[in-house]
Design a protein around this ligand. Sequence first.
Ligand code: SAM
Length: 280
Amino acid sequence: MTATLTLGDGLRRATEHLGKTSETARLDAELLLAHSLGRQRIELYTDFDRPLTDAELDGYRDLVARRSRHEPVAYILGEWGFRRLTLSVDQRALIPRPETEIVVERCLARLCDVEAPRVLDVGTGTGAIALALADELDAARVTAIDVSADALALARENAARTGLDIELLEHDVRAGLPDGPWDLVASNPPYVEPEELDTLMPDVRDFEPHVALIGSGTTEAVARAATAALAPGGWLVLEVGDGQAPETAALLAGLGYAEVVTTADLTGRDRVVEGQRVGG
Ligand SMILES: C[S@@+](CC[C@H](N)C(=O)[O-])C[C@H]1O[C@@H](n2cnc3c(N)ncnc32)[C@H](O)[C@@H]1O
């Protein structure tokens, strides 16, 4: 006869097991248990003594096993929060990160005085930046491009899921940007150098699409193309990798952007660089 496990026991065991491969073992264990029971995470806290049925335990074990093989929690859950939105996520596109929310904040700060701004998101992935801007800036007309047809299909699903109206185009930034003029170009381009791939955590390297991660020269391609596509006075807002802000700021200054500013993320790392197109 096997002893009955409660929710609290299940969480403790899963946390211990996941601690071998995840730095966020307790959080992962809670998110996966809530998902497998079809409950909110907060609801677990009043139910720690409730016994788990065999079927519930089997379902939970399967999810914990996937996580212990490094599959990101967001892909297991199939959805993830970004700003005010809940977006569908799967291996067709990068999981939206907290630092990318700062990109959206900087875009909102630059667009607050522009009436009906025209905005372009380059490399939209799930559609995170484009959809958050459409959501938080009522009058904005937002276009998003990606070279990946898979990512665009997911972004289209997210536009339908959120009921937000954005234009989605399959387009490679290396061929320039769609005709503007744009009041703002935002981008979180792939910024990992090919030789750095092996240094990434397996959760990222083995699950997220490499076209979203590896990007030799993509940041420069976006910055160059935006000089031609931005309206005079328009803004370029770029997410950069940890440690890349100084070289990106120098790149923008060298391309003639003015007011080049760097913003740190919540952990104090410089992760967003922006500049203004001058001239007429
Ligand atoms: C780091 S992901 C960012 C996804 C999303 N914007 C976010 O912040 O979560 C980079 C995205 O750029 C796209 N991408 C890569 N190379 C590109 C190119 N040459 N032209 C357009 N998009 C590209 C990838 O498919 C991927 O969706």
